[in-house]
Ligand binder design. Structure first.
Ligand code: C2E
Ligand code: CA
Ligand code: CA
Length: 725
């Protein structure tokens, strides 16, 4: 209730007493009220002072002439000096010279509407350093309590500093990101690029903005999706930094090998925000790594897988055999490769191997594994081979592919290959066993005359083992006089009488019994033992011929010479020596050399044959028709007879082709002034044909098998008369 109201109330009650009492009461209340008001004011003032002093803001009242008329006590805490020190000073004088214009403008500009006026300026702290204040200006010039501008200032030095640092850090990151020499990417949690740098874009042949927003997986090589996924999963799962090697895909489609190091960037609440990925192009390193790995399992000359790789593949093939067919191994060995190497040089040999590798590649299926095993040996692994016939077909294709002339700088070279085939048996087999079997079969193909294929069979293996054993035993055979000669008569078709014998070697083996030359001569040839064995054969044969001669039968003696013997530089001397100490008439001696041996190195054969001929012996070309004779050489060789190979005699009179060949060979012999000798004559029909052809001499089971000398009596030339049967 106000005082006036009380007075009215008193008057209404009526009476002076009431009024006086009311007046006293009123007066007392008024006094107490005044005391109350001033106390409250003081308290409020103290509170305001404290708030202003503690506030981080400084309030100033600036008069129209820019002098400071009031400064809040907070100034002390912000500026380091008491507020009174500043009162009366013009505000611009305290401000950094560069900011004075700005503050003056802020103070002078007219205020429009409710808009706040703000300005930032530097002011010096008591201790000399500059503070950055942010000021908000409130125009109170018309307010009598202020009569100026109320400027509220806040120290923003630290905040600005932090902002600048953040900005700088950000800029540093941006610059590092943009200009990093390796690829960088920010990847969102949705697996899309947020941002990529130039290096990464270049790595992929794309523009930077083309990549932003693109899904990482669509740029990842399909085979590496799992690896990429796994890497991202690990980072999100808390792995602080994860490294993955994977392929990305270049815009032109080629794979780019990269090493990706990823780390997680979190937001201020600690949640995952995005991934930062460093992407390093490691294609080169991978390529050189791949190269090394490639080199380890490939042959540098032909580029084919090498032995190591082949055995690995074979191993896998044997382990993972499926229902359809079996793995087969083809062992391909070039025939007489050494001859090319020795005569034309290693460079030519290398080129020949490369050419052969190309042919083999063309002759095999893409699913086959072709390898260069060693030197002139190649191996082929064929999987899913249904039967032996298919394997043989493959082998024939391979051997036909090789057997075509190869043109080298040095000229045309004719090579053939012997191929051995081994099919997995379906039992537990090792790669080594299968390879060994194919190798055995290959050697057998060589024994069968080279340039052909042969399939492994267990018997062949036994034979091969026998072959090896034979080598060791042959040494002893010579010393222990286990070798002997059998003689097969050669008849004159003119007289029907024996005109001579071919000496054919035999081995009286202590366990195996009488062993034929087919079982040991090739081994003797390989070991070189054929040279002393050949001397023995010549010597024994000449001694026998001398014996027959002494008994009045001047029969000729034909002795076989092997390729190795012909190549032996001591051949002529040792023949001369045997002639000398056996005392044989050299005109009774015929040396037989196969056609292929002669043509193998025809030029040196011409020399050797001439030297032999000069000793007085005669020379004969054996197995004629099986090799590839050059007419030029045939004319130059000082030979006097051609022995038509047994294989042609076989079909004589029955087979048109064989008959034609026999006719041609006999005519050829005659045209060259040579005598024709038919070997392997088994039937009277063959004999009749040969007589019609005018063949001079014949030999064969029809007349007699090779046998010990006594079989033929003391005067074989008289005792044995055939032809008029
Ligand atoms: P070759 O020089 O062609 O000897 C002829 C071969 O034909 C002999 O085989 C002989 O027994 C066989 N033969 C003769 N007539 C007939 C016939 O009517 N039908 C059939 N089916 N075969 C007949 P052999 O004695 O087994 O000799 C095989 C090869 O061993 C010889 O073939 C020769 O190349 C070689 N050889 C034999 N003795 C010697 C030798 O002392 N030194 C050398 N280096 N090689 C020899
Ligand atoms: Ca012969
Ligand atoms: Ca022969």
């Amino acid at each position: 209730m106000g005082t006036a109201e009380l007075m009215l109330a008193g008057g209404f009650v009526g009476g002076t007493v009431v009024t006086a009492a009311l007046l006293w009461f009123h007066e007392r209340r008024t006094r107490r009220g005044l005391e109350d008001v001033s106390g409250r004011l003081r308290r409020a003032e103290a509170r305001t002072h404290t708030l202003l002093r503690e506030s981080h803001d400084v309030l100033a009242v600036v008069a129209a002439d820019a002098t400071i008329t009031y400064l809040s006590p907070g100034a002390e805490r912000v500026l380091g000096a008491s507020a009174t020190a500043y009162v009366g000073a013009p505000l611009p004088s305290l401000v950094h010279p560069d900011d004075r214009g700005r503050i003056a403008a802020a103070l002078a500009a007219p205020v429009t509407g409710d808009e706040e006026r703000r300005a930032e300026f530097r002011i010096r702290h008591r201790d000399g350093h500059w503070l950055l204040l942010e000021a908000t200006v409130d125009d109170r010039r018309d307010d009598p309590s202020f009569e100026g501008l109320v400027v509220s200032c806040r120290d923003v030095s630290e905040r600005r500093h932090a902002e600048a640092e953040l900005c700088e850090a950000h800029e540093r990151f941006r610059s590092a990101f943009e200009h990093a020499p390796i690829g960088m990417a920010l990847v969102g949690l949705d697996g899309r690029f947020v941002r990529v740098n130039r290096a990464l874009a270049q790595m992929l042949g794309r523009a930077e903005d083309q990549l932003a927003g693109a899904s990482v997986l669509t740029l990842t090589h399909p085979e590496d999706h799992a690896a990429a996924h796994d890497g991202i999963g690990r980072v999100l799962g808390g792995d602080p930094s994860t490294r993955v090697e994977q392929r990305l895909v270049h815009v032109d489609g080629r794979p780019v090998w990269v090493a990706v190091t990823m780390s997680l960037v979190r937001d201020h609440m600690g949640g995952p925000r995005y991934l930062v990925a460093q992407v390093e192009d490691v294609t080169e390193r991978r390529a050189s790594g791949d190269r090394l790995a490639h080199q380890a399992i490939h042959d540098p000359l032909t580029g084919l897988p090498n032995r190591v790789r082949f055995v690995e593949q074979l191993h896998d093939a044997l382990r993972h055999q499926s229902g359809g067919g079996r793995p087969a191994v083809l062992f391909v060995d070039l025939d007489h490769f050494q001859v090319v190497n020795d005569s034309l040089g290693h460079a030519a040999g290398d080129r020949l191997l490369v050419a052969v590798a190309d042919r083999l590649r063309a002759a095999t299926r893409p699913t086959d594994t072709l390898a260069r095993f060693t030197g002139d040996e190649f191996t082929i692994l064929c999987e899913g081979v249904p039967d032996e016939a298919t394997a043989v077909e493959l082998a024939n294709r391979v051997s036909n592919a090789v057997a075509k002339p190869v043109t080298l700088v040095e000229g045309e070279v004719y090579v053939t290959a012997s191929v051995g085939i081994a099919l997995a048996t379906g039992e537990l087999e090792t790669p080594e066993a299968l390879l060994r079997n194919a190798d055995v079969a290959m050697h057998h193909a060589k024994e069968l005359g080279r340039a052909r294929a042969d399939v492994y069979d267990a018997h062949a293996h036994d034979r091969a083992i026998q072959h090896l054993r034979t080598g060791n035993e042959l040494h002893r055979a010579l010393e222990r006089h286990e070798l002997l000669m059998h003689y097969q008569p050669i008849l004159s078709l003119e007289t029907g009488r024996v005109s001579g014998f071919e000496a054919l070697i035999r081995w009286q083996h202590p366990e195996r019994g009488l062993v034929g030359p087919d079982e040991f001569v090739s081994r003797a040839e390989e070991t070189g033992l054929v040279v002393p064995i050949g001397v023995f054969a010549l010597e024994a044969s000449c001694q026998q011929a001398v014996r027959w001669h002494q008994r009045g039968a001047p029969v000729t003696i034909s002795v076989n010479l092997s390729p190795r013997q012909l190549a032996e530089p001591t051949l002529v001397d040792s023949v001369a020596a045997v002639l000398g100490h056996t005392g044989i008439d050299p005109r009774l001696v015929w040396l037989e050399i196969t056609e292929s041996t002669l043509m193998h190195d025809a030029e040196s054969a011409v020399r050797t044959l001439s030297a032999l001929r000069a000793l007085g012996v005669h020379l004969s070309v054996d197995d004629f028709g099986t090799g590839y004779s050059s007419m030029t050489y045939l004319k130059r060789f000082p030979v006097e007879s051609l022995k038509v190979d047994r294989s042609f005699i076989d079909g004589l009179g029955r087979d048109a082709e064989d008959s034609a060949i026999c006719t041609a060979v006999v005519s050829l012999a005659h045209a060259l002034g040579l005598r024709a000798v038919a070997e392997g004559v088994e039937t009277p029909e063959q004999l009749a044909e040969l007589r019609t052809l005018g063949c001079e001499l014949a030999q064969g089971y029809l007349f007699g098998r090779p046998a010990p000398p006594d079989t033929w009596g003391a005067r074989p030339d008289h005792q044995l008369a055939f032809g008029r049967r």
